[in-house]
Write a protein that binds this ligand. Structure first.
Ligand code: PMP
Length: 398
């Protein structure tokens, strides 16, 4: 049978995840991986969650094992709303939140709820591959807009809006994946004003927002544009990605539409995990937990930047992240990171070639390097291997 004949166009059109393929290579022994977007497992609160699980089963076992409401566990929604309201002076209400199976599902729900085939979706250039996959579900037309060191190029975005009639702008304004770039506070305000003027919806993806290790306040834009922003957040980088829990925060009127999609997809997010996260958040100091992660990632980032600056070819450009988990490197003219990855694999080091983060086949001089899941020693050794691979690449492909 030719199974492809039975597939939907949308399934055929979703780009494959190169990252997931590299990750399976990197699982082999002795590999150093800068490819995955993996948080550092040293900071997973294993004991706290183990004890928390025992407590919730002892105290509320039957409720925990029952079906639950589609919107998500109310105390958890109240906690998220109050945490961000207090921290960033926002005015969200628990009723605006939907708890999702990670922020990846949040993006897929928004995509299913809002995009028709052919709708124009603007996004940053480069952008998160998983976001591109989720937004591809209903076959939109993508228009990528350049990302400058202080955020998206507003003039270019305005031209795209004027020329193509953009329905949604998908952005990761804090410590972006893949570039590590953050919008300045002024850029966030200007973007909010521009989108308000053109009545364009902002889909703000903010999974790294709490991982700031230097620089200015990483307030989300939703506080500046509450009536036009669908804000997606996640506990993956704050607590653990295995718990698969995130959220959507949307304007009141939109919430019932988004809940309808959530119901169609999986009825509700895992009730055990929602209660477990709430138990963890109410019994531990999340700020001191986050501070440990920020300190470690800040150090790992500096080590990686220093090694790249020392050993990569003259003319390479790297970003200078103020948080998050990635740096983004542009190699000089003539290099192709998709050729480089083949040699890098032989040297037992992997990264993600840049092309995956572009919707139009560009990006072959770029690479994404993850620093959060490697010790200082691994970073030094891995960048040394990568520099060797780059030198060999020059010889092989010159
Ligand atoms: N958005 C961005 C920008 C990401 O980098 C990721 C994960 N790598 C996600 C969303 C999805 O995260 P999760 O589903 O684990 O919350």
């Amino acid at each position: 049978m030719n199974y492809e004949n039975y597939l939907s166009d949308c399934c055929k059109n979703i780009p494959r995840s190169f990252i997931r393929e590299i990750l399976s290579v990197a699982e082999q022994e002795d590999f150093i991986s800068f490819a995955g977007g993996l948080p550092n497992p040293d900071f997973f609160p294993v004991e706290e969650l183990k004890n928390g699980l025992a407590s919730i089963f002892t105290d509320t076992g039957k409720e925990t094992l029952q079906y639950a409401g589609s919107q998500g566990f109310l105390p958890l929604r109240e906690w998220i709303s109050s945490y961000y309201n207090t921290k960033y002076g926002m005015h969200t209400k628990a009723s605006q939140y939907i708890i999702t199976n990670g922020s990846q599902q949040a993006l897929a729900i928004v995509s299913k709820a809002m995009i028709n085939p052919g709708d124009v979706v603007a996004l940053e250039k480069p952008s998160y591959l998983g976001g591109i996959q989720a937004l591809s579900l209903n076959s939109p037309v993508f228009k990528q807009v350049s990302l400058n060191p202080d955020g998206v190029d507003l003039e270019e975005l305005e031209n795209v809006i004027l020329n193509y009639g953009v329905k949604l702008f998908y952005a990761i304004p804090n410590f972006q994946n893949p570039s590590g770039i953050s919008y300045s506070y002024t850029k966030k305000q200007e973007l909010a004003a521009l989108l308000e003027h053109y009545q364009t919806i902002l889909v703000e993806d903010n999974p790294y927002g709490e991982l700031h290790f230097k620089g200015e306040n990483s307030a989300p834009i939703v506080g500046m544009l509450p009536n036009q922003t669908i804000w997606c957040g996640s506990f993956s980088k704050m607590i653990s990605p295995g718990i698969r829990t995130g959220w959507i925060c949307a304007p009141d009127e939109m919430v019932p539409w988004l809940i309808k999609i959530k119901q169609a997809v999986d009825l509700h997010t895992n009730n055990i995990v929602q209660r477990l996260i709430y138990h963890f958040l109410s019994n531990h100091d999340i700020e001191s937990h986050l501070q440990k992660i920020r300190n470690a990632y800040g150090k790992q980032c500096r080590v990686m930047q220093n090694e790249v600056i020392k050993y990569f070819p003259e003319g390479s450009e790297i970003t200078n992240p103020e948080g998050g988990m990635f740096i983004w490197v542009k190699l000089p003219e003539g290099y192709d990171t998709e050729k480089l990855i083949k040699i890098a694999i032989q040297k037992k080091v992997v990264f993600v070639p840049g092309r995956s983060f572009f919707t139009n086949g560009e990006g072959n001089r770029y690479m994404r390097l993850n620093f959060s899941n490697a010790s200082e020693g691994m970073i030094i050794e891995g960048i040394a291997r990568l520099s060797e691979a780059i030198k060999e690449c020059e010889m092989v492909f010159a």
